[in-house]
Design a protein around this ligand. Structure first.
Ligand code: C2E
Ligand code: MG
Ligand code: MG
Length: 503
């Protein structure tokens, strides 16, 4: 103890396991209560301060050097990096709050982009950043609340005194906003963000159940995008079941070879020729019907299955295109996860070598979400792919919020205008203006423009008038089997021969 009077009447262990930089001492709310604060000294020691008001006026402050008085139990309860409660100890606090039937809200806070910073700048910087996140959470809450580090980049918060769902969401947004402010760590200015899953004790979920609920809400928040807060609702558990069912089915489908590629033609507007096909993943059920990639690709992405599936897509598409009778391009969609690690470039190199496909006949489509993660690393991978002679297209252009900055960061060969703009063009001046603007942007930047989702002659006339180069849509050809795509090209070849012979 650094200084003392009177002896603490409340036990300290809860304080011992938290850390903070509240470099002020919180005063008690009434004479009967004790104010508690955590101070971090410049030599790194954590100090617990307890303040009691004296009846005669004034205060008594007791300071405890936590390192000196921490018991073995306390040490086992705390996360060694942040000194916050570890997962087990946090769960015990949660169980205590549930048993005491206290009113509280549980927040599961997931950091975004922490892994990249930790990998790039080392664990020293990563640990210091985690401590700062813990400190910020402390600055937000009262000493009644409990903070823990639940996993590599996950924190938990048991917060008392919030009643309505509106207040809960406001609190969640405050957490997101606070964590998103820049950090200065060892000479680096670092930016991370957070997603938040929130759960309230309802029914009798138990501590594991309640943490499961908050975690489910966090998964949904993360899936919706960085910086999102979600409050748990029962439908989330149903969606998880459904996701698990699809994940298991997808693993089975890979083993049973139930995945296949269909190919949708892309037409050169000026010549009317089929110049390329986009390879689109299909999952054939046992009854012969297909499950749409919109339903299973996001789950494959969440579970990491998209990496082996994506490898298979690249190899299969290259193999098919190498056997076409005309040198049409094959376009393959990539997911953000495929850019993590070293595998993608190697997969493309070996798929090209094994199939014998000219690299100029392979085009890789990426969406902005791939660039969001870690733009510099992704741009580096794109440059390596470009160096192989492969084309790179920006898919679904216009749906993200900062596409223009990405166009500056990487010289795409092609921009595919998202079908939502094409669909809205009928009679909608804004959508027409957007398509015109993207087309002239492409012309200025030397990038070709494809309009996606063209279904009617009117839409075709509109996009032609606005200067697009290529069209892809149900009007000019639906996705078709590999055999049908091959036949389309054979027919085009025969047609060419007929024209040349003048027959
Ligand atoms: P995308 O890459 O933008 O592909 C175009 C989607 O639009 C395809 O849907 C295609 O069938 C559909 N489409 C084309 N023309 C029209 C039209 O005129 N009207 C309408 N309503 N739709 C049209 P699909 O095949 O369901 O694929 C959906 C998305 O799934 C793709 O969007 C792509 O993001 C993803 N996806 C498909 N295959 C793969 C793959 O192999 N890997 C990855 N990572 N994602 C894939
Ligand atoms: Mg695509
Ligand atoms: Mg698209």
């Amino acid at each position: 103890m650094l200084g003392c009077s009177p002896e603490p009447t409340t036990s300290l262990p809860q304080l011992l396991t938290v850390s903070g930089v509240a470099q002020h001492i919180e005063l008690p709310k009434s004479q009967a209560s004790v104010g508690r604060s955590m101070l971090r000294l410049s030599d790194g020691r954590s100090v617990a301060a307890m303040v009691r008001a004296l009846p005669s006026g004034g205060w008594v402050v007791a300071l405890y050097d936590l390192g000196a008085i921490m018991s073995e139990d306390d040490r086992q309860s705390s996360d060694p990096v942040t000194s916050l409660l570890n997962r087990e100890a946090f769960k015990r606090e949660l169980a205590r709050a549930l048993t005491a039937k206290q009113s509280f809200v549980l927040f599961a806070i997931g950091l975004e982009r922490f892994r990249q910073i930790n990998d790039a700048l080392g664990a020293g910087v990563g640990d210091a950043l985690l401590r700062k996140v813990g400190d910020r959470l402390h600055s937000l809450v009262s000493t009644e609340d409990v903070i823990g580090r639940l996993g590599y980049d996950e924190f938990g918060l048991i917060r008392r005194g919030i009643a309505s769902n509106d207040d809960i969401e406001i609190e969640g947004k405050r957490i997101v906003e606070l964590i998103a402010r820049a950090y200065a760590v060892e000479g680096h200015i670092l930016n991370i963000s957070a997603s938040v899953g929130i759960a309230r004790p309802a029914g009798q979920p138990g501590e594991d159940g309640l943490m499961g609920h908050a975690n489910l809400a966090l998964i949904e928040a993360r899936a919706e995008g960085i910086g999102t807060c979600r409050l748990f609702v029962a439908a989330m558990a149903d969606r998880l079941q459904e996701r698990r069912r699809i994940e298991l089915g997808l693993r089975r489908a890979m083993a049973l070879k139930q995945l296949e590629l269909h190919y949708q033609p892309q037409i050169h507007l000026r010549s009317g020729e089929v110049v390329s096909f986009e390879a689109l993943l299909r999952w054939r059920r046992e009854d012969g019907s297909f499950i749409s990639p919109a339903d299973f690709v996001p789950i494959a992405e969440e579970t990491g299955l998209i990496v082996p599936i994506g490898d298979w897509v690249i190899r299969t598409a290259c193999y098919a295109a190498a056997r076409w009778p005309l040198p049409a391009i094959v376009a393959v969609n990539l997911s953000a996860q495929q850019f993590r690690g070293e595998g993608l470039v190697n997969t493309v190199v070996s798929a090209l070598a094994n199939s014998g496909l000219d690299p100029a006949r392979l085009e890789l489509e990426i969406t902005e979400s791939a660039l969001l993660d870690d733009t510099a690393a992704v741009v580096g991978t794109l440059q390596s792919l470009r160096a192989l002679g492969v084309g790179i297209a920006m898919d679904d252009f216009g749906t993200g919020y900062s596409s223009l900055s990405y166009l500056q960061k990487f010289p795409f060969d092609k921009i595919k205008i998202d079908q939502s703009f094409v669909r809205q063009m009928n009679g909608n001046a804004e959508a027409k203006a957007i398509v015109s603007t993207i087309a002239s942007l492409g012309a200025t930047l030397g990038m070709k423009i494809t309009a996606e989702g063209v279904e009617t002659q009117d839409q075709l006339a509109e996009i032609r008038e606005r200067g697009c180069d290529y069209v892809q849509g149900f009007l000019t050809g639906r996705p078709m089997t590999a055999e049908a795509a091959c036949k389309l090209l054979v027919d085009a070849t025969l047609e060419d021969m007929r024209i040349n012979r003048g027959t």
